[in-house]
Design a protein around this ligand. Structure first.
Ligand code: SF4
Length: 376
């Protein structure tokens, strides 16, 4: 997505001036404005958020202030799309910087997924998970919430669901209650870690689908045998965590608890003590004993914030080479200031609007996700 440069005077604002101007604009907009902040945002943005959370929580929180006309989503593009889909028409969803995308979401597009679906059907026959399709062949598509709206619409239309890292076990269990196979995109690691936790064998029951190869790089027999068809996508932040880092953390701190996100590779998750969504990580740290030591494998803004908020515990990032999510980082306070000051003047910049019928089918899939909930 293209983002036009900001008017030049925003670049010369000091941090304090920018902060003050955001506060003033917020006051002027009052209950007409709600700011949502993803946990991976920098502290200067989180300080202004009315609600903070991971994608699952924020997808629900978007509805908490129905009287607000403007929802400013400090996160990445697919999150703003989900908020637009889940909120009534009178609410306008805004992304402060249109260049804030997600490299993982970009690893699967509509053309590639449609093409994969056709190829899988050419091997298995009738794969739609409907009442009248032939049992044995039904494939249920599940997309991670980190995907474009047209992929959410694809799963909505093809009897599948959206999932998040919070409800992936529940969503996959739901999917396997309706079909014999799951096509999971775009994050192979969340799919593999969740399937493994459910008792499936990564070698025998799972195949990787490379969208740049015929049949995803698989033989027809392997497609027939597999329960999980995992898209070859990953998160560039969580892929940085390694087994070596887990070993080093344990050598340096024998009592350390290693806690990672399920977007990390299977071997890292297996070597860790605990793994779960961003909200789970926050909860575990909150409940931990004073004096405990935690090596955390997730985005650095969140790890640093946890360390600041829990000074009675030792908290550090598993990766010593600090790495923020570069696209989340594009939501700089000057962009937030620019957006809010324009709203005060009656001008809406950077609205994210998902067109129909994409919005309809994506809403169907997101509604299934919320209905499935988190209980596995
Ligand atoms: S942390 Fe990874 S999955 Fe999350 S927005 Fe950044 S690139 Fe995407």
């Amino acid at each position: 997505m293209y983002q036009a440069p900001l008017p030049p005077h925003y670049a010369s604002l000091t941090d304090a001036e920018c902060d003050l101007r955001i506060q003033r604009a917020k006051e002027a907009l009052g209950r007409n404005l709600v700011i949502l902040g993803h946990h991976y945002q920098r502290d200067e943005i989180i300080a202004h958020a009315d609600y903070r959370g991971d994608s699952y929580k924020l997808a629900k929180d978007a509805n908490l202030q129905p009287e607000a006309m403007f929802i400013v989503f400090c996160g990445v593009h697919f999150m703003a799309e989900s908020a637009d889909i889940l909120t009534p028409d009178h609410q306008v969803v805004i992304l402060p910087n249109m260049a804030a995308g997600c490299s993982m979401a970009d690893m699967a597009n509509h053309f590639q997924v449609k093409n994969a679906w056709k190829q899988i059907a050419s091997v298995l026959g009738d794969i739609e998970a409907t009442e009248d399709s032939s049992p044995g062949n039904r494939v249920v598509p599940v997309t991670y919430i980190n995907s474009a709206a047209n992929l959410k619409a694809f799963v909505g239309e093809h009897h599948g669901t959206v999932c998040t890292s919070t409800n992936a076990p529940a969503a996959l269990k739901w999917a396997l209650g309706r079909g014999e196979k799951v096509l999971f995109f775009p994050d192979q690691h969340l799919g593999r870690n969740t399937g493994f936790k459910m008792g499936y064998d990564p070698q025998k029951d799972m195949i990787l689908w490379d969208p740049f190869k015929p049949f995803g790089g698989n033989t027809p027999d392997r497609i027939k045998e597999a329960t999980f068809i995992l898209w070859k996508g990953h998160c560039s932040v969580h892929k940085r965590f390694t087994l070596e880092q887990v070993r080093t953390a344990r050598d340096l701190h024998p009592s350390v608890k290693v806690l990672v996100h399920p977007e990390c590779e299977l071997e890292v998750v297996q070597a860790s003590d605990l793994a779960g969504s961003t909200e789970y990580i926050i909860q575990m740290v909150k409940e931990a004993e004073p004096g405990s030591i935690w090596a955390i494998g997730t985005e650095i803004n969140l790890v640093n914030r946890l360390a600041k908020e829990h000074k009675d515990k030792t908290i550090f990032c598993l990766d010593p080479q600090i790495c923020p999510c570069s696209t989340m980082y594009r939501i700089h306070p000057t962009f937030l200031c620019w957006i809010l000051e324009n709203l005060v003047e009656g001008k809406v910049m950077n609205q994210v609007k998902v067109p129909e019928p994409t919005a309809h089918w994506a809403r169907v899939a997101l509604a299934r996700m919320l209905e499935i909930g988190t209980k596995d």
